[in-house]
Design a protein around this ligand. Sequence first.
Ligand code: ZN
Length: 567
Amino acid sequence: MSEDNMKMPKFSEIEYSRPSVDKFRECAMSTRLKLMAARDADVVENAIMGFQREMSAFDTAYTLCMIRHDLDTSDPFWNDEMEFFDENYPIISDLSAGVYTALLHSEIREELEERFGPMIFRKTQNQREIVSSEVLDDLAEESTLETEYSQILSEADILFKGKHQTISTMTPYLESTDREVRKKAHKAVSDYFAGQKEKFDEIYDNMVRIRTQIAKKLGFSDFVELGYKRMERYDYDPEKVKVFRDNVVKYIVPITSEIRRLQKNRLDVEKLFYYDLPCLFVHGNPTPNIPQEEYFSKGSKMFGKMFSKDPSFFQVLGEHDFMDLFSRQNKATGGYCASLLDYGIPYILMNANHTADDIATLVHESGHAYAALRSIDSSQFIECLSPTLEACEIHSTAMEYLTYPYMEMFFGEAADAYRQQHMTLALLFLPYGCLVDEFQHVVYSNPDMTPAERHTAWRELEKKYQPDIDYDGDEFYELGGAWMKKEHIFTSPFYYIDYCLAQVCALQIWSISRRNRKKAMTIYEHLCAAGGTKTLIDLVESAGLESPFSLDVMKKLAYQVCDYLDL
Ligand code: ZN
């Protein structure tokens, strides 16, 4: 794309038409037949590449539809189109599974593995193990429960300061520099969740039951095993993850206690209660010193300098409207980067509202976008263009660290405060992420626990990972209710540790960049360019980083971060 800007379309010029499921079915069927009969690798390659084009077209239409829908969620046209994809994507997945199964059973499989690389075969095998026609109804029930939880949460109506608030609009009050305000805000949120406790317990209980049932039907001993397969963990297991969590308890938790002690001194309070935790600085968190309208020009300049390329990828994307940065009415919340495969162009959507988080999100999503551009030719298979989710999060999280030296452009004199805050939050996150992860291991290894037992288990784990938390007698939290606020626990089982693993890899890149910027950039480029052609550990090690499961790595990082934060 950057080589030939003339040909790059503007986002608005990309035409959308609803793809035909029949045409896709026809292509899938004929590809499957060809694969079953072929004895010649060239014939197989031709057939599978034809099918890849069909898949890419379908996926591009879906992504285009999702983005345009998210840019104006009130537009009935895109709502209808999204419904079409919701209904038909399972059919498409089923049809492609049929095609890949034929690839797996090909008589010349060895020759094909040689030609295509092992990854597509591993992915296909994995996919076959996690679904079967026997569990389709259960999967539908699982997804209904997920929607029910998310729906209730998104409709949360919290009356605060005489106004109706949502969970997300409560955030500034939860972080308020006025202690009374944040105390009341936290109480309001806790009251909301206490009111939903029974309902959420019932939903989660049903989720644990149905997920366990799916796992058993598929031949797994429990949902932990299936959960790992769903997350495509090819080179690590629950034992390794346990070692990772133990390392965090040993080397990171003590640092977080020190961070909290210093925070208590800074805020000048006798005791730090749970409602004080989000307020790190007496005068509040640092905010950008430039108007939002300048994010794009500053970002363009920063990435131009960083990659010695003018115009930068960021500038080219923006000039062709492949980003929408600011919050407004009728725009979907949150932030993401999604790729339009047919064009090889990523799109960045986020909701800037002039807070420090804007800049962290901007560079995070740009990291995903950069990786998408770098890996465009890494595989013939669209399934292998991006790696598994932990590895994708290294691209984005490492970018947050690699842009540290440029933060003066966005924060002026407050850049140091921004970097300190960013690193502090990264560190505080690690034990929390492990807590969320271990809780899920406990729950799915013991599917017959009662809801009350689950709450007790959470509270016990909290004491291990967040020993400094004091709930000031709040009954809902004291009884172990805080996990109910974490959407991932309900809707994306076992996803959470991915952020922690990525964080430890990204911190290694940060640490190298302090001593040798060029080397850190080379590692980053290598990681991005490899796309999804390898598994997590292979990717990380081939880029020159150490496995995030290594005890040495955790020790070294703990030491360096303490030095950086003056702890
Ligand atoms: Zn991300």
